[in-house]
Design a protein around this ligand. Structure first.
Ligand SMILES: Cc1ncc(COP(=O)(O)O)c(C=O)c1O
Length: 293
């Protein structure tokens, strides 16, 4: 039995049309891809990215990385508890060691994740082979399976192909919020001819297109699918928000009865409303927004 069988995910996730005059008046039909309903604890792209890695780890301890509020660490710890494999979280910031855990890290610990705090300079160099080897030695997990920060590696990208495949023939444009770009890299590869993926980065920096090309190269050996990024809707960067964005998210929740996750999904939906208003989506198009949490 595979992890996917044991955890009984809701797949394919539902696709739900919503009536919203901010799109309808520009000739755009909006649909929500409810990846937030896949699994109560391995939500959205966490499911799609983590499960292939858990299968590759084959019961070995899984070591991964994140900040003090990382959703990825939370999901990894929950998967370890649900499926019974050991997890280690390397957490950015040695100043956190010995202090009471915040609620996110307390959940990780309660799920059995061993937490190892490292200083920021070391954390930045965690992918360098000698630094990584030192970290694994420090947590006595030399034979462990290592998943990078944010969970985006080739296995994760290949896991996200199914998201695109579920949407073949169902829309013209599929829009998704991006952090590391791994989910978009896989999604674009899974879409059918004539469809395109649109990424809305929540981080500033303009580095993401190169990163997505690198991830596709690693996962598939070259570029796949049609995709582009609109880098205008990060609101200053990761975790940054604005009263206007909060008000938008609350209003969207009231209009459509769905929870709008604030770090990623709110920026995606805000960007789509803005694009529709500018006429940037075109008329007569069906647009899917992926609710990744
Ligand atoms: C809710 C949510 N949406 C989107 C993303 C972006 O995913 P990626 O890092 O693959 O671009 C993340 C990050 O993992 C996330 O937590």
């Amino acid at each position: 039995m595979t992890s996917a069988d044991i955890l009984t995910p809701r797949l394919p996730s539902p696709l739900q049309e919503v009536t919203d005059d901010r799109f309808a008046r520009h000739g755009v039909r909006l649909l929500l891809k409810r990846d937030d309903l896949i699994h109560p604890e391995l939500i959205g792209n966490k499911w799609r990215k983590l499960v292939p890695n858990i299968e590759a780890a084959a019961g070995r301890p899984l070591v991964t990385f994140g900040g003090a509020y990382s959703n990825h660490l939370r999901a990894t710890a929950a998967a370890g508890r649900l499926l019974g494999f050991p997890t280690v979280g390397v957490v950015r910031g040695d100043e956190l060691a010995g202090r009471p855990l915040n609620p996110a890290l307390a959940r990780c610990a309660a799920d059995g994740m061993r937490l190892h705090f490292v200083d920021r300079p070391t954390y930045r160099r965690k992918a360098e082979p000698d630094v990584l080897a030192g970290l694994l030695r420090a947590v006595a997990a030399e034979g462990a399976y290592v998943v990078p920060e944010g969970g985006s590696n080739a296995a994760a990208v290949r896991g996200c192909v199914a998201l695109g495949a579920e949407l073949r023939g169902r829309a013209d444009v599929v829009a998704i919020a991006c952090g590391t770009g791994g989910t978009l890299a896989g999604l674009a590869a899974g879409l059918g001819a004539g469809q395109r993926a649109l990424g809305v980065p929540v981080l500033r920096g303009g580095f993401l297109a190169g990163e997505i090309r690198r991830l596709q190269e690693e996962a598939f050996g070259g570029r796949r699918g049609r995709w582009s990024l609109d880098e205008r809707f990060h609101f200053g960067g990761y975790g940054r928000t604005a009263p206007e964005l909060d008000a938008f998210a609350e209003d969207f929740e009231e209009r459509h009865g769905v929870r709008v996750e604030r770090l990623y999904v709110a920026k995606l939906l805000y960007g789509l409303v803005e694009l529709a208003r500018e006429g940037g989506l075109g008329r007569g198009v069906d647009v899917v927004a992926v609710l990744t949490a």
